[in-house]
Design a protein around this ligand. Structure first.
Ligand SMILES: NC(=O)c1ccc[n+]([C@@H]2O[C@H](COP(=O)([O-])OP(=O)(O)OC[C@H]3O[C@@H](n4cnc5c(N)ncnc54)[C@H](OP(=O)(O)O)[C@@H]3O)[C@@H](O)[C@H]2O)c1
Length: 333
């Protein structure tokens, strides 16, 4: 027997209350782990593996991927597939694994967008990279206005019918496109499980109709970048650390961390301190206080961050005064 054979922690389900995904029968953890950063071919495999194992040991059953996560594109799925083969295989049925297609993945006219050609071939590639027979959730990563929405949804329906995904979801779709897609999926006999939009104290667009729409449809909502890529933590309070996303990746630009923004982050950090929380915990709790939010999809570069983020679950309630103070602070944005 291999000495380092992974055995999941036996108390992994004791500390988390799982949320129903909309009106479906599927439960998701309130905190899920995304593999956008820190799981690519450029990252250290042992650290990526440690993060996945730590998360699962703590009851995080949902891992979110996309075809293009890396860098290079596809390598986060390869990393996940490697950990699955080495450690997670006995636990496959205890996991919800999602992937997506919609953004540029390979050159030429068939590696981007929402066409049937792209979605189906991309998912086939993702399954191979992850050594999976099916994913639990497959997303159309964005609404492609150059593809008839009927074509995208019919591809999603066929993907479910072929058994390559158990459920389908939409990501980054505006309210009207969501409405249309959900209707077409329903008419094709496939319920749209979930929407994956961006949402945080710094980005509240889903409050203008999308959240109501999801509730009406009985869909779940899993939000990405709930920490605004790390801005809504204490990470940048005294400068930009060398190993941070702002220093390493081009998705969070150092110039976006302006003195005005830092001032807001500092004030939010004070409110969090008074609540006995870190800023990361308060920012996640603020999102999860809305019962329409099924899960916050966080990223992490260390196991300490995963632990910090999970602690948000210890206090998800806010007083009226706290909410008012937070509103006043973020309105200066
Ligand atoms: N559907 C879409 O279009 C889409 C788009 C983006 C993301 N996503 C999904 O959402 C997931 C999460 O997105 P995200 O990574 O932007 O989420 P995020 O949780 O807002 O940001 C994660 C980053 O914040 C920092 N961080 C996390 N916890 C921390 C803590 N407790 N204290 C200090 N810093 C902390 C880490 O940065 P450092 O690395 O600097 O330590 C971490 O990589 C992705 O992995 C992906 O699965 C989906």
């Amino acid at each position: 027997m291999k000495e380092d054979l992974y055995r999941a922690s036996t108390d992994r389900y004791n500390n988390i209350k799982y949320n129903k995904t909309g009106k479906s029968g599927l439960y998701l953890p309130p905190v899920s782990l995304g593999l956008w950063h820190n799981f690519g071919g450029i990252d250290i495999y042992e650290n990526s593996r440690k993060l996945l194992i730590h998360a699962f040991n703590k009851g995080i059953t949902h891992f979110d991927l996309a075809n293009n996560y890396g860098p290079p594109e596809g390598s986060a799925e390869e990393t996940f597939g490697r950990v699955l083969m080495a450690d997670f295989k006995p636990y496959r049925d205890e996991m919800i694994i999602s992937t997506k297609a919609g953004y540029l993945m390979w050159p030429g006219p068939y590696g981007d967008g929402g066409s049937r050609k792209y979605l189906i071939s991309s998912l086939d590639q993702s399954l191979k990279r992850m050594h999976l027979e099916y994913v639990d959730i497959f997303y159309s990563h964005r609404h492609d206005v150059n593809t008839p929405i009927e074509e995208t949804t019919s591809a999603l329906i066929d993907i479910v019918r072929q058994g390559k995904a158990l459920y389908v979801g939409l990501s980054n779709y505006a309210e009207d496109a969501t409405d249309k897609a959900v209707d077409l999926l329903t008419r094709g006999g496939v319920k749209c499980l979930i929407h994956q939009p961006r949402y945080s104290l710094f980005d509240r667009w889903i409050e203008d109709g999308l959240l109501d729409k999801l509730e009406d449809e009985g869909m779940g909502c899993i939000v990405y970048s709930p920490l605004s890529q790390g801005l809504l933590t204490d990470k940048y309070l005294s400068g930009i650390p060398v190993n941070s996303r702002a220093a390493r990746a081009h998705f969070l630009k150092p110039e976006s961390i302006t003195p005005e923004k830092l001032q807001i982050i500092k004030q939010l950090n004070e409110v969090a301190g008074r609540r006995g929380q870190t800023l990361a915990q308060m920012s996640l709790a603020w999102v999860l206080k809305d019962p329409r939010i099924t899960s916050v999809l966080v990223g992490a570069s260390s196991t300490l961050q995963i632990d910090d983020n999970l602690k948000c679950l210890e206090n998800l309630t806010f007083s009226r005064e706290e909410l008012k103070e937070i509103e006043e602070i973020i309105s200066k944005k």
